[in-house]
Design a binder for this molecule. Sequence first.
Ligand code: SF4
Length: 324
Amino acid sequence: MDERIKAELLSIGTIDVEESLLPPPRTSTAGPGMGLQCIFFKSGSLRVRLEVTKDSPLTMVRKNNHVVIVRENQEIVEGIVEEVVAHCPDQVYITISERCIYNCQFCSVPKSKGKIKTRDEILTIVEKAKKNGKLKVISLTSGIAVSPDDEIDRVVDIVKALAPYGVPIGVAVHPGKDSSRKLKDAGVTEVKYSVETMDPDIFDRVCRGSKGHTLEFILESLREAVEVFGKNRVSSNIIIGLGETDDCVRKGVDYLAKMGVIAVLRPISISPLRKEELKTAVRPGPERLLKLTTMTREILEKYGLSPRESQTMCLACTGCDLTP
Ligand code: SF4
């Protein structure tokens, strides 16, 4: 698979999978794609994560020892289905609070009102991965059950319990007061605080009603995070498809990179729970993804940043994005 083919697959984002290839029923409990069944496909050095659904133009079928992805009766690419450790291949990626007091329109977590995993439940998942010889990286994410500061305390407590495993730990959360210092002291390797969009008007529209949830605070927290964690250890998602212009994305990626933050350009996933609110959202086509990724690569090089250094979370996984 080359990046052109990956961009095409990502722009569709879904696939119909032959029954015998499907891993045991498993739905994502992390991030905006929460609640959807997914499959990881790898070909050469590239990986893509696709949502499994019957009404996709793409189909995955078995061919000898491999699988192929087919579109309109034409084979596009051959590869393998990857095994998932917990949420993604090679990482134990766990959502702590499957609920959120904020209500960003692109995210299904607030709609799910799911559970809050206890420290013991998380230790059980990690211990199982260790027993199976699959514990290389731990990544944690969380909605906000009570308040951002309370959530950071919950994450810090869990990270302290996980630190003795001695593997890199990544954390993707909403920042709180002094969150970077607290997380670093607990044993976190890398953090992600997502701006989601660098267009202030879109931010206000999609995150409206979320008191205290401001772009300014996230940017300020990202600046602090780079001071605490250092270069190549801080990232931030920018969703592509909310109505932002390419120029806005370019300026946003540049602004973040200048302060030492790597932007993760994430094609929007429109959850069935959010269809009504996201009527104007459009998943980006392959050309746009390639253009924005090339642009991001150039900007990161200009500021001496490299996603290759990342050890945890999405920059290490690469399944959902056309990572530079
Ligand atoms: S890229 Fe990120 S969200 Fe997507 S599967 Fe990998 S770790 Fe999960």
